[in-house]
Design a binder for this molecule. Structure first.
Ligand code: NI
Length: 253
């Protein structure tokens, strides 16, 4: 299994990060992609990935929730780090739009997304996209600029899934799939297995039966079990397919 979205650099893992990583390796997690969210995470992401070469793979980007008054300086700083570390990075992310918490910087969020998508195109990197309550705008902007990547933590409609697939993007599937009342299982009927990657968004979004706990990559097996049920195939088949998809998308050997 590859965890395509794991914030292992975050504070929640500070007390026992090395133990957590060792536990994932022992449980069969092959690799994890560690996305950045702001200026502070440039160092934290690069450090944890440098300490775990060929296991933790870094991405850098400015998350929409971190688009504030100082967004121009933040974006310039992150852009410079992306260019300086281009050869280590497997993606730009996480980037996107989030209108759920705060719409104050809605226009700035769009501008930041456009610029980061353009940088990803220029540097030939995939993007890790975050979308919350902004589906129409994000689809429109990604369509306008182009590129490749993944819509992380996908939980949208069949129609949204179709549009994402048409643009050639992947869908990141995590703990949401295991939640009772999740419509996602039904919506995946339009999504071919070769366009899905597994993810946690750890420390957040832990799947059932660990819902509410600090998430960790090995628990993606519960997501894989749900997917096996959706696609009527074995858990091994889900794991093999999603691992191959993740390697292909992020260029992981
Ligand atoms: Ni995230």
């Amino acid at each position: 299994m590859i965890d395509t979205h794991c914030h292992i650099d975050e504070e929640a893992f500070a007390p026992d990060r090395e133990e957590v990583i060792a536990r994932q390796q022992a449980a069969g997690v092959e690799a994890m992609v560690v996305p950045g969210v702001n200026v502070a995470s440039i160092d934290s992401v690069l450090q944890v990935c440098a300490a775990h070469p060929n296991y933790c793979y870094p991405a850098l980007g400015l998350h929409p929730e971190d688009v504030k008054k100082d967004w121009q300086v933040a974006l310039e700083t992150i852009d410079a780090a992306i260019r300086a570390h281009r050869s280590e990075l497997v993606a730009i992310g996480e980037i996107g739009l989030d209108y759920y918490w705060d719409k104050t910087y809605k226009e700035e969020q769009k501008e930041v997304l456009r610029r980061q998508l353009a940088t990803a195109l220029e540097l030939d990197l995939p993007v890790i996209l975050h979308n919350r309550d902004a589906t129409e705008d994000i689809l429109q902007i990604v369509h306008e600029i182009g590129g490749r990547g993944v819509f992380h933590c996908f939980s949208g409609s069949k129609e949204t899934a179709r549009q994402i697939l048409e643009m050639g993007f992947y869908l990141g599937i995590g703990g949401v799939l295991t939640f009772k009342n999740s419509k996602l299982r039904e919506h995946l009927s339009v999504v071919p297995m070769n366009r899905i990657v597994l993810e946690t968004d750890a420390p957040y979004m832990a799947p059932v039966p660990h819902r509410g706990e600090r998430n960790e990559s090995q628990w993606m097996v519960y997501v894989a079990e749900s997917l096996a049920d959706v696609y009527k195939c074995s858990v091994e088949c889900i794991i093999d397919t999603t691992t191959a998809n993740a390697k292909h998308l992020f260029g992981i050997k």
